[in-house]
Design a protein around this ligand. Structure first.
Ligand code: ATP
Length: 238
């Protein structure tokens, strides 16, 4: 069976500055791929290119069997691909509740969207308490929860997550990782996860994709990267 996301020799950059250099990776449906690597390795640029915010300068991306090149971002959302950028992605002027409702806009089944919203409140209790507060009144951690919650309400097939645990208490970060695993196992969600906390990412991921200077230097089973000290030293430096 082909992977939900197939990336082949993908290159992109900012204006004339090349950043991604022929990145190739496959993410099978229902799995988590953790994208790891030092600051500036190109992880965020990879997510931006996949979600259509940056135009590829070469290579191709197939999502759910279709070529993504040239597909506008709003079509991607309808095709159930959600991108949660690092520390952003919420509307600061709208309340928590309004932001979450935005996540459900694409859903035809209103009752189901409502249920998904209640689930988010159960999961992220601070959001339930602050549902009438505006986005700009939230702490960094609460904004992260809101951005992730909003994306989950849209019930994406593929979630592109940039640093979801940034600014969160370790307990909440661990809950998020566990939640992602559960959604993959139970609902077939597929996740491309950029995470600074390598140990925590590898603890839930199926695959570890290590990037350096815009290239993928290795893509191996996450368990292998987690347990093999030689591999870890070579690719992650610890
Ligand atoms: P980090 O963890 O620091 O976010 P990263 O692996 O996500 O690192 P990117 O943010 O993708 O790395 O950055 C890769 C390269 O692209 C870096 O050299 C960075 O300086 C450059 N870059 C990032 N954003 C821009 C931009 N808007 N304009 C020009 N260059 C950029």
């Amino acid at each position: 069976m082909s992977a939900l996301l197939e990336v082949e020799a993908l290159s992109s950059g900012y204006g004339p500055v090349p950043v991604l250099r022929e990145v190739t990776l496959d993410v099978p449906a229902g799995t988590i791929a953790a994208v790891l690597g030092a600051n500036g390795a190109g992880k965020t640029t990879l997510l931006r290119t996949l979600s259509g915010l940056l135009r590829p300068t070469g290579g191709r991306v197939r999502y759910d069997g279709a070529d993504l090149r040239g597909v506008p971002v709003e079509r991607l959302v309808r095709r159930s691909l959600a991108h949660v950028p690092e520390g952003r992605g919420i509307v600061a002027e709208l309340t928590v509740e309004e932001n979450l409702r935005l996540g459900g806009l694409w859903r035809r089944d209103r009752a189901d969207a409502r249920r998904a919203q209640d689930e988010v409140y159960q999961l992220f209790e601070p959001l339930a308490r602050r549902r009438r507060h505006a986005g700009h009144q939230l702490s960094g951690g609460e904004r992260q929860m809101l951005a992730l919650g909003r994306a989950l309400i849209a019930r994406p097939k593929l979630l592109l997550l940039d640093e979801p645990s940034l600014g969160l208490a370790p307990r909440v970060a661990a809950q998020i990782m566990a939640l992602l695993r559960r959604l993959c196992d139970n609902d077939g969600l597929t996740v491309l996860l950029v995470e600074q906390n390598v140990r925590s990412a590898l603890s839930v991921a199926d695959q570890g994709v290590v990037m350096s200077l815009g290239r993928v230097v290795t893509a191996t089973p996450a368990a292998q990267l987690r347990d093999d000290a030689t591999l870890r030293h070579a690719y992650l430096g610890f």
